[in-house]
Design a protein around this ligand. Structure first.
Ligand SMILES: [Zn+2]
Length: 433
């Protein structure tokens, strides 16, 4: 028996394409009950109904759900310390809670300890890949990438750019940002499963000169990602209009500096108009919808249906610490409620697709992650379909696959996770039984 070869049995659930909005029985859902997922050397090599031979280490999870690991497209590693902080909205929340927590990351030992805790927590919530904001300190990026490399995780991150409108101990400059980015990109971008993202906190905390620098980096190397916040909160949008009176819209501040492209990840995107959505779709960029954060900070209701209709790729994100859980299941349940308030209905399929294959494709990583297709890296999670008397009862009476999976998405969280594999290695195991 080779340790590298393993076979995971369960109810395999993934997508062969994008499910249509509102369709509870789309052809794009691939559900293979009681199948074996074969993994060799960290990659998925096959799926079959019959048990594999003795040359595979067999992990039998019959009756459990087996899905691709979730992809969290927007989350802040240093903000574990401020999750669930009482009583403010975005701009006040940043000043009161977030910036002091981020300032502590000038201490390298603190940055390293936080990075390890953060990534282990992601995996323990069923998230095996993430697009992450560390802090303004280059050392926080080194710490995060080193910890991701040690775990074999797909992580996209970059040094946060902020040279104005922030506390003195958190601002960089155009020159120091350029130096730091050059060093970090050389060291980490494209190394193993790591990729660098030009990381603008948001338009108000970067000077026009720093935004121009960020745009130059993107133009010079189209393999770089770009991540930032966009139109999260109304006061923020007003502030951006004051700071950039010539821009047509908040998005336009980024677009005109070269920060709107196929590898751009915009968190939130709540307060947009049709022209913004068309521009994002046209560029092939994506919106990282962060529902628990939007509800917690009272930021607004994301127009998923409008984004979808405009052809914008939408992924699901936790946005911890504005978000209240690293669990993308909980965030999907919140996404459903956000859509309900907006008069729409989000199917479990659209939500799960956005957290797996949809996010992978929007990141240009569809050949690596997001599905259970042979050839993909084996980032795979095994889930209990129900934990506790009420979810168990609910699963028992469910009549259709969508009903069952929707109840799992709505009632489940990290306590449902049984095991998480990152590149075929078990990194989390709830029950060693
Ligand atoms: Zn955020």
């Amino acid at each position: 028996m080779t340790a590298d070869r393993l076979a995971i049995r369960g109810d395999l659930l993934d997508f062969t394409g994008a499910p249509g909005w509102g369709d509870t029985e789309p052809a794009a859902v691939r559900f293979r009950s009681g199948h074996w997922l074969l993994v060799d050397g960290g990659r998925i090599v096959g799926v079959q109904a019959e048990a594999p031979g003795g040359d595979f280490d067999r992990h039998d999870h019959a009756g459990r759900l087996v899905l691709p690991g979730f992809i969290d497209t927007h989350v802040h590693s240093p903000q574990i310390d401020v999750i669930a902080s009482y009583g403010s909205e975005l701009l006040d929340w940043l000043t009161t809670h977030t910036f002091p927590a981020e300032a502590r990351h000038h201490d390298q030992a603190h940055a390293e300890a936080t990075a390890a805790l953060f990534l282990d927590a992601l995996i323990a919530h069923g998230t095996t890949a993430a697009v992450v904001f560390p802090t303004v300190h280059a050392g926080s990026v080194d710490a995060l990438f080193a910890a991701a490399e040690a775990r074999g995780m797909r992580v996209i991150a970059g040094k946060v750019l902020m040279d104005r409108n922030a506390p003195d101990d958190l601002v960089d400059s155009v020159d120091s940002a350029e130096r730091d980015m050059r060093r970090l990109i050389t060291r980490w971008h494209g190394r193993g499963r790591l990729a660098y993202a030009v990381t603008v906190r948001f338009a108000p905390t970067s000077s026009p000169a720093q935004l121009a620098l960020a745009g130059r980096f993107c133009r010079d190397d189209p393999s770089l990602y770009m991540q930032t916040h966009l139109a999260e909160n109304r006061a923020e949008v007003r502030w951006v209009h004051e700071l950039f009176p010539d821009a047509r819209s908040y998005l336009d501040v980024y677009a005109r500096t070269g920060l709107l492209h196929a590898r751009s990840v915009f968190a939130h995107g709540i307060w947009l108009d049709d022209a913004d959505r068309a521009a994002i779709a046209g560029a092939g960029a994506q919106i990282a919808h962060s529902p628990s954060s939007n509800l917690f900070l009272g930021s607004g209701l994301f127009g998923w249906r409008a984004a979808e209709a405009a052809g914008v790729a939408v992924s699901v994100a936790s946005d911890v610490g504005g978000g209240t859980s690293l669990s993308l299941l909980r965030n999907m349940a919140d996404a459903y409620k956000v859509q309900a308030l907006a008069g729409e209905r989000l199917t479990a399929w659209t939500a799960l697709h956005a957290a797996t294959r949809g996010a992978a494709e929007a990141l240009g990583l569809g050949a690596e992650i997001g599905s259970l297709q042979p050839g993909r890296i084996a980032d795979v999670c095994v889930w209990e379909p129900a934990v506790g008397a009420v979810p168990l009862r609910r699963a028992e009476v469910a009549r259709t696959l969508h009903e069952r999976v929707f109840a799992w998405m709505t009632l489940g969280d990290e306590r449902n996770l049984v095991r998480a594999y990152v590149a075929g290695r078990a990194h989390y195991d709830r029950s060693p039984s």
